[in-house]
Design a protein around this ligand. Structure first.
Ligand code: ZN
Ligand code: ZN
Length: 662
């Protein structure tokens, strides 16, 4: 009897595979159950093992318990994308593969079988497209339809230029060719709106895949896609490896959005993984944005990506004006200047809507004793606690710990507690007092958490005329609010003067995205930016609304300073119960890397927050001009590092292409 040996990746944080034997021939990418110590684990067959049976004692090699599916979970292009990802992100291979399986398949060994209606076909609803495209849309669509193979294309479209209609028509073509398509949006809140647009256009089942589904729902959509019963899937970054049969293209909406980056566990960029997948599948990938990332614009400049423009709104109207409002001498009520109040008043008097944007949720970011200066801090991470009035709780926004509210100071027993600063809840309260008869609708993490909350907020916004929306950056992303004619940005300054290297890219995207929410149906839209620096040189540039020109300047700047995307960055993060452990490890790493040419280091630095759940955190920023060189250096570092005694008590992880540098 023939015995075969396989290398299997299992769901544990180890950067290697384990060898097992079997009498069956098993294809790579197949899900198997294997013994592991005293447990059994689910694994993925990575390759036929190259162990030499003449050297290794084969009797010590354990046998694969079962082959769990009748199909291969990860077929070749997906398999190779994930193999690439584990190398590129230097993350344990088993976690990389298994994190893209629905949780049920990650845990259970039972075979999953489902009845699929193979005949699933889409009918195009022609009443939904009973209008003409603008000539600009026609030209863009013609160019985009010609792309048949991997040829990443940026769809640079200002807000209101009809990008979604372009997506719909591209999908129409694919559906007619019997191909399937994956559409990614950056946030779960954007799924319902996109799903709605697609449901109106296509009669037939459209899949939505994101973290708010139950494990069973996720399994069902995954299997249906895998077996060919579902051809259009809309999802967040967790959907990027959706095993769609006969995939014809990937669409990434709002490609610049930081939410594509997963910052916990396996830290990957959903956008970059999608691009790699499209390359290995050899299919077109379309990246849409009104404020493309510098990374994408650089690739366009280097002719590695194509660019198609939609520079005019479909209604033919001009984009809203961005008006900086100097607040250095005006008193603020809950963050709002008197002058701004007046403008809001006249907007709602006309039966129109205003949108107030503030990048902080909760009521007050500082809960402080007036008598002795004590400030409420989180016990496990030292961050300042944010007072949430609606829940009457103090909440840590870094680690989500929740604390009860005491109305006296724990240090001096004074009752003079002061609520400093303002967040969405406070702004909401101020507006409720000022405009008693007008609905004030809050749109932030807290108000949208529950299932169906987004839909009911939409309903409220659309069914009212005069109304005021108050929200965090969540509100700036791709939503349609046709009755909004005024946007107010309460605190742009923190972005304008931030020392972070990608701060300008972030703030310009944010300002232009927020302004894109205004005036979709109206000529007279305004965007007020409250600032203490009305003459700031960058603000003046952003104010023109010409994002591409501003981004070009940022690119040139970063090129001169050898910053990303012209250099490549990895952050090594450590955490340990004692401060010494986490910093000692990074110091040893610094010494190791100091010997390497062409690597520059910043740190070790304390992270923000410096402690999470009782563990002290530090990080080291590692930078190199060449991506492949950085990769090689990190590989040799890991090889060494894994034998160091220091890693026994200190957790460490890599963050490749970090978005957040703190
Ligand atoms: Zn006190
Ligand atoms: Zn905390």
């Amino acid at each position: 009897m023939n015995i075969f040996y396989y290398d299997v990746a299992v769901d544990i944080p180890v950067r290697r595979c384990f060898t097992y034997k079997s009498i069956s021939k098993i294809k790579k990418g197949t899900r198997v159950t294997v013994p592991f110590g005293r447990k059994t684990l689910i694994g993925i067959v990575i390759k036929v093992s190259s162990i030499s049976t003449s050297i290794v004692k084969t009797s010590a090699i354990k046998e694969i318990i079962s082959v769990d599916d009748q199909y291969i979970c990860f077929k070749k292009p997906l398999f190779n994308t994930l193999l690439w990802a584990s190398e590129y992100y230097h993350h344990p291979i088993g976690e990389v593969f298994l994190s893209f399986l629905p949780s049920i398949l990650r845990k259970q060994t039972n075979k999953s079988i489902i009845n699929i209606d193979e005949s699933s076909n889409y009918k195009i609803n022609s009443t939904d497209k009973n209008f003409d495209l603008t000539s600009e849309q026609e030209i863009a669509l013609k160019k985009l339809k010609k792309i048949e193979e991997f040829n990443p294309t940026l769809i640079y479209g200002v807000t209101g230029s009809g990008k979604t209609e372009i997506y719909l028509r591209l999908v129409e073509k694919l559906v007619q060719e019997k191909k399937s398509v994956l559409i990614l949006v950056p946030e779960i809140n954007l799924v319902p709106q996109m799903l709605d647009r697609f449901k109106k256009r296509f009669d037939g089942e459209i899949g939505a895949y994101h973290s708010k589904l139950t494990p069973n729902q996720r399994l069902k959509i995954w299997l249906k896609s895998r077996l060919g019963g579902l051809k259009i899937v809309i999802g967040t970054r967790s959907a990027v490896m959706m095993p769609l049969k006969n995939i014809g293209a990937i669409i990434i909406d709002e490609e610049h959005d930081q939410s594509y980056k997963q910052s916990e566990g396996f830290k990957f960029s959903g956008r970059d993984l999608a691009i790699k997948r499209a390359q290995l599948e050899n299919i077109p990938i379309y990246l849409g944005s009104a404020t493309p990332s510098l990374q994408t614009l650089k690739l366009v400049k280097e002719k590695k990506f194509k660019q198609v423009n939609l520079l005019n709104r479909i209604d033919g109207k001009k984009p809203p004006k961005l008006i900086p409002l100097d607040i250095s001498n005006s008193p603020l009520i809950g963050g709002i200047a008197m002058q701004t109040m007046g403008i809001i008043q006249s907007t709602i008097a006309k039966g129109e809507q205003a949108l107030i944007f503030i990048n902080r949720r909760g009521f007050a970011p500082l809960y402080e004793c007036d008598a002795c200066g004590w400030v409420a801090k989180c016990n496990s991470c030292e961050s300042n606690l944010v007072f949430h009035k609606s829940k009457n709780r103090l909440i840590c926004h870094k680690c989500e710990s929740i604390y009860g509210v005491n109305d006296e100071c724990p240090d001096c027993y004074s009752k003079e507690i002061n609520l400093q600063g303002y967040g969405t809840e406070r702004v909401e309260e101020v507006l409720e007092n000022a405009f008693k008869k007008i609905p004030i609708i809050r749109f932030d993490y807290d108000s949208t958490r529950l299932k169906g909350a987004i839909e009911s907020i939409y309903e409220k916004v659309h069914s009212n005329d005069a109304a005021i929306l108050v929200g965090t950056q969540m509100l700036s992303k791709g939503h349609d609010f046709p009755k909004v004619t005024l946007c107010v940005i309460l605190n742009a300054d923190s972005g304008l003067i931030s020392p972070e290297i990608n701060a300008l890219e972030k703030i310009s995207q944010q300002l232009i995205q927020v302004s894109g929410r205004a005036g979709r149906n109206n000529n007279l839209a305004k965007v007020i930016i409250q600032t203490r620096y009305p003459d700031d040189i960058n603000l003046k540039q952003i104010k023109t609304g010409n994002y591409q020109k501003f981004a070009d300047q940022c690119l040139q700047n970063n090129k001169n300073l050898d910053l990303p995307p012209y250099s490549h960055v990895c952050i090594l993060r450590t955490s340990s119960p004692k401060s010494k452990g986490s910093i000692d490890l990074l110091q040893k790493v610094s010494l190791f890397l100091a010997k390497k040419k062409g690597i520059s280091l910043i740190g070790p630095l304390p992270s923000i927050p410096s402690m999470i759940k009782g563990n002290v955190r530090h990080h080291l920023i590692i930078k190199a001009s060449s991506r492949s060189y950085l990769n090689r250096v990190l590989k040799s570092l890991i090889k060494d590092l894994e034998n160091w005694p220091e890693i026994k008590k200190t957790k460490w992880s890599f963050d490749i292409d970090p978005y957040d540098m703190s």
